[in-house]
Write a protein that binds this ligand. Structure first.
Ligand code: SF4
Ligand code: SF4
Length: 359
């Protein structure tokens, strides 16, 4: 494998015919995208080597993995006698649960077959999210594999992104490496950008279900460690990339967890409510609706009754947060086990204690 396809570049410069074959998955065949990376490669080569005669054979198959690639490289690539082979795999292997060892062996097998068949240059195009989230542990393994086979990574800060310039078909990238503190200048043939993973327009659904979004617009779970597939609102669960950019592996595992949480509720004959819950005295309520408006869990509704507009609490939705009690002008709402009398007595008791200690 070469980091730069030197022989192919020499042929392109000389005007000799060049055959480039690319094997991989949907990123190689350009599935569901206006342009695949090979379209950009073609444009770049046309611009950079206007007198060259090259053809690009895209042998990408959506959802393909390296074990099929190992089989397909004979039939789809090598019989074309290519001068250069682009290999692009990673995401589907990760999704199907291939171990790093399996991935490495298959990639090595594809490389061995190409080398055995001739002297084609080999360009390894890796794809995959190299994240630092704790649950992306397998990404770390792919990162290490990529490092082992010669892929270089340069880390930069958001406040100092790479500076890209294109002058007279000459591409340069400069950036400050956060580890060495030095400015690095690159003159690549091609710049391939990895598209950002953005959340859907989640606001309407989040308002409808009364579930929160994080600062980036992804859905926010009740507790990252203790309730990772639950929302604070009972009976609503989340999984997959609605929560944050996630691999197929993680999404499937989390979906299994969310389904189990939902099944637990559906299978139960009785559901116990939390003991701490808002208790409403309808004789005091004047139906102003302040509690309904302020409840973050939509657990109170004001309804028409024989004695006028009155608020009603749904104990299954109530979280006992106490917000409604604090906002009721009639003092018609108290929390069970945290009544005003109980809380005030605690406060007086602490105050008395502090007063006694002070004197
Ligand atoms: S805030 Fe108090 S008075 Fe107003 S509707 Fe709610 S319970 Fe009734
Ligand atoms: S205690 Fe909190 S969750 Fe329960 S009804 Fe009042 S505001 Fe809503």
């Amino acid at each position: 494998m070469t980091l730069k396809p030197i022989k192919t570049i020499a042929k392109l410069q000389s005007g000799a015919p060049v055959t480039i074959a690319a094997i991989g998955d949907s990123l190689t065949c350009g599935w569901m995208a206006r342009k695949g990376y090979l379209d950009f490669l073609k444009e770049m080569l046309r611009g950079k080597y206007p007198d060259s005669r090259f053809s690009i054979i895209a042998s990408g198959v959506p959802g393909d993995t390296t074990d099929f690639g190992l089989y397909r490289v004979d039939t789809d690539v090598l019989h074309q006698a290519p001068d250069c082979v682009f290999i692009q795999y990673a995401i589907n292997d990760a999704g199907y649960g291939f171990t790093v060892a399996q991935f490495r062996n298959n990639i090595q097998g594809i490389i061995d077959k190409i080398r055995k068949a001739g002297d084609a240059d080999i360009v390894l195009v890796t794809s995959g999210h190299i994240g630092d989230h704790g649950e992306n542990h397998f990404a770390e393994e792919y990162y290490e594999l990529a490092r082992e086979i010669g892929v270089n990574f340069v880390r930069f800060t958001e406040s100092s992104p790479p500076n890209v310039s294109l002058e007279k078909n000459h591409l340069t990238i400069s950036m400050v490496d956060t580890l060495s503190g030095k400015t690095i200048l690159l003159e690549p043939d091609l710049l391939v950008l990895s598209a950002a993973f953005l959340p859907s327009k989640n606001k309407p659904l989040s308002h409808l279900l009364k579930v929160p979004l994080d600062q980036n617009g992804f859905f926010l779970e009740a507790h990252a460690k203790l309730r990772p597939v639950d929302f604070a609102t009972e009976g609503i669960f989340l999984c997959g990339a609605a929560q944050w950019p996630k691999s197929i592996n993680e999404s499937v595992a989390q979906a299994t967890g969310a389904a189990a949480r939902g099944a637990r509720l559906l299978a139960a004959k009785k559901v116990k409510f939390a003991a701490i819950c808002a208790v409403l005295n309808q004789d005091l309520c004047m139906g102003c609706g302040a509690c309904e408006m302020i409840c973050p869990f939509s657990a109170i509704k004001v309804r028409r009754t024989e004695s006028g507009q009155k608020a009603m609490v749904s104990p299954s939705d109530c979280k006992g947060c106490g917000t409604c009690g604090a906002s009721c002008p009639q003092k018609a709402i108290e929390m069970r086990h945290f009544t005003d009398t109980q809380i005030l007595k605690q406060i007086y008791s602490i105050s008395e204690d502090l007063f006694e200690r002070a004197v």
